[in-house]
Design a protein. Structure first.
Length: 269
């Protein structure tokens, strides 16, 4: 059974690799035996977690620049992966734009939300994921195997509870953008599209949708969010490792087109 979860010999790509969740996805893949290419924007500053991974896994971890909204940039990054590591067999479409609670001066009422902000989330979260899937998934189809894991969200299936944020000061209340959930819901649907299109070619495509992951949120938000979760807490990054390895490995050989929600039971209520 343990062999079914092994990723030994696999080449994995993680987009948005140096941010909040990227290092955790990369670490999970490395621990399961894969070699990993981390893709991120040229201007991205690697987090401390990514830097620690590079120090500990220099022989199996490779980072290269990539803007997933630019097809040429994607093709250049994939060429670098091919040269350094070989053909990718696992793709984690993690790169995305979220909207954390921001400074009061940058907020807009919903009827004045700049359409450019909405479009930016769709361009990165949906169109960027589509382009990565085109380029890398197409190579997987040609070789007859591969696993693509799209990172979704709790908000792909439910609307944000704006009461989580009503304690934040400011003349204009903070609102979680409708573009985030809409783009992630579209990713879930697109997952099903590619799963059915490429299933016969041996390529599996699934979505892993995390709930709220504990990070630098304020104490009141954490308390409100945890009270809404049946398990009574936000996710720790390590809670997501096992589900990712499951979807990437032979342990899920008969799983495709599925959205695996890792959210502590949030959507059960």
């Amino acid at each position: 059974m343990n062999d079914a979860f092994s990723l030994s010999g696999e080449v994995a790509i993680v987009t948005g690799a140096t941010g909040l969740l990227g290092p955790m996805w990369a670490e999970a893949l490395l621990e399961a035996g894969a070699v990993v290419a981390g893709l991120d924007l040229p201007a991205a500053r690697p987090s401390a977690a990514w830097a620690a991974l590079e120090q500990g896994h220099a022989d199996r971890l490779f980072r290269t620049e990539c803007d997933i909204t630019d097809r040429t940039s994607i093709e250049r990054a994939v060429a670098a992966v091919l040269e350094r590591l070989g053909e990718p067999t696992v793709l984690v479409n993690n790169a995305g734009v979220d909207q954390p609670p921001d400074a009061a001066g940058r907020r807009s009422p919903i009827d004045q939300l700049p359409v450019e902000q909405f479009q930016r989330m769709v361009d990165v979260n949906l169109v960027g994921t589509f382009q990565m899937t085109q380029v890398v998934g197409g190579r997987m189809v040609a070789r007859g195997r591969g696993s693509i894991i799209n990172v979704g969200s709790l908000y792909a299936s439910v609307s944000p509870d704006q009461r989580f944020y009503d304690h934040l000061p400011g003349d204009v209340p903070f609102l979680k953008s409708p573009a985030y959930g809409a783009s992630k819901a579209a990713v879930v649907n697109m997952t099903k599209y590619f799963a059915t299109l490429w299933g016969a070619a041996g390529v599996r495509v699934n979505t892993l949708s995390p709930g709220g992951v504990e990070a630098a949120q304020d104490a009141a938000f954490k308390r409100k969010f945890a009270a809404r979760v049946p398990l009574g807490r936000m996710a720790a990054p390590a809670d997501l490792k096992g589900p990712l390895v499951f979807l990437a490995s032979r342990a899920s050989a008969y799983v495709t087109g599925h959205e695996l929600r890792v959210e502590g039971g949030f959507t059960a209520w």
